[in-house]
Design a binder for this molecule. Structure first.
Ligand SMILES: NC(=O)c1ccc[n+]([C@@H]2O[C@H](COP(=O)([O-])OP(=O)(O)OC[C@H]3O[C@@H](n4cnc5c(N)ncnc54)[C@H](O)[C@@H]3O)[C@@H](O)[C@H]2O)c1
Length: 324
């Protein structure tokens, strides 16, 4: 079986590519390398450097490669940037995604797995979040992902497309030499670890006046390996029915708790300063992953400490990130 992976040179796409290849799938990666890294692509996968904005290039790849399924990771991912430049988010996450859907429709690629996000829920009234809760995104990033979810629903109603939407909570950790190297980095765990390795970078806690026990935001963290395993299960399960699942560990950790775990794993006292809240951040996001646990038998195997340990090992080996 052949899988087309968009964004396969990025953090999560590269780990999923690796797991797919190891499980015997043939993988073609499309990435424009704007935020991805050539050396993150597993050598036995074929890398096509192309932009999803180029509909003709996409058509060519899909026509030639005839994939059985698509895993769509490519996109813009920063909440704060989306508040300042929403156009970038609606272009990449929606308009480029439409090109991909249209190519799939033209060349009858009927299985589609989509990287969505907890940000589609917005500011929840209660936690844990279940898949049935209303989507009410609080920022353009979340809105762009919600719109793409709705596009999948419409395309599926109109034809043979079957999709699995996976709403990730906070992804962390490293696997098989593949780690998190976003530029700029806005995610908590790599920011903490990079501040340890680069004494010039002071770690900032954005806001300590949230309505949470220690005043810092609470998030649900999932190891990138556990997340990638869920993609393989979803691919195998995708049949007659469309699927929508949250992917989180069902435990919330505050920024201060993650910070304390980082100090334990690195064995260092880490400097920090308090900065104002970041626009678009919500106080608490914790998943219910009951649906994927009961329907697909998925269970997270790795803990927050595992995520920090694996990420720390990767960052120590790659203090400046990937070479390219
Ligand atoms: N990292 C997280 O914690 C997290 C949480 C929720 C959802 N997600 C979603 O998961 C997906 C992957 O996230 P990531 O952390 O691996 O991001 P990433 O930035 O590391 O990877 C995205 C990849 O997509 C490529 N890309 C972007 N625009 C493209 C375009 N127009 N054409 C071709 N390639 C393009 C980039 O070059 C990059 O390699 C994203 O869709 C993101 O919204 C991530």
């Amino acid at each position: 079986m052949k899988v087309l992976v968009t964004g396969g040179a990025g953090y999560i796409g590269s780990v999923c590519t690796r797991l797919l290849v190891d499980a015997g799938y043939e993988v073609v990666v499309i990435d424009n390398l704007a935020h991805g890294h050539r050396s993150a692509v597993t050598p036995s996968a074929r890398l096509v450097i192309a932009d999803l904005g180029d509909a003709a290039a996409l058509d060519r790849v899909i026509m030639q490669e005839k994939p059985d399924a698509v895993m769509h990771f490519a996109g813009r991912i920063e909440v704060e940037e989306s508040m300042r430049q929403p156009d970038l988010y609606f272009y990449t996450n929606v308009a480029c995604g439409i090109n991909l859907l249209n190519s799939c429709l033209r060349y009858r690629v009927n299985r589609f797995i989509f990287s969505s996000t907890a940000a589609v829920y917005g500011v929840p009234e209660t936690v844990p979040l279940t898949e049935e809760m209303p989507r009410n995104p609080a920022n353009p990033y979340g809105a762009s992902k919600m719109i793409f979810e709705q596009l999948l629903e419409a395309y599926s109603r109109a034809g043979n497309l079957r999709y699995c939407t996976l709403r990730y909570f906070n992804v962390a950790g490293a696997y098989a030499g593949l780690g998190e190297d976003h530029r700029p980095e806005t995610h908590l765990i790599p920011r903490i670890l990079r501040s340890v390795l680069n004494p010039g970078e002071t770690f900032r806690i954005y806001g300590e006046d949230y309505p949470t026990p220690d005043g810092t935001c609470i998030r649900d963290y999932i190891h990138v390996y556990d997340l990638a395993r869920a993609h393989l299960l979803a691919l195998q399960a995708l049949g007659e029915r469309n699927l929508v699942y949250n992917l989180g560990s069902e435990r919330g950790y505050s920024v201060r708790e993650v910070f304390a775990t980082a100090e334990k794993v690195t064995g260092r006292e880490i400097k920090y300063e308090i900065a104002p809240r970041r626009p678009g951040d919500v106080p608490v996001l914790v998943a219910s992953a009951r649906k994927i646990r009961t329907e697909l038998g998925w269970q997270p195997q790795l803990t927050l400490e595992d995520m920090l340990r694996d990420a720390w090992e990767w960052h120590q080996k790659h203090p400046r990130g990937y070479p390219d």
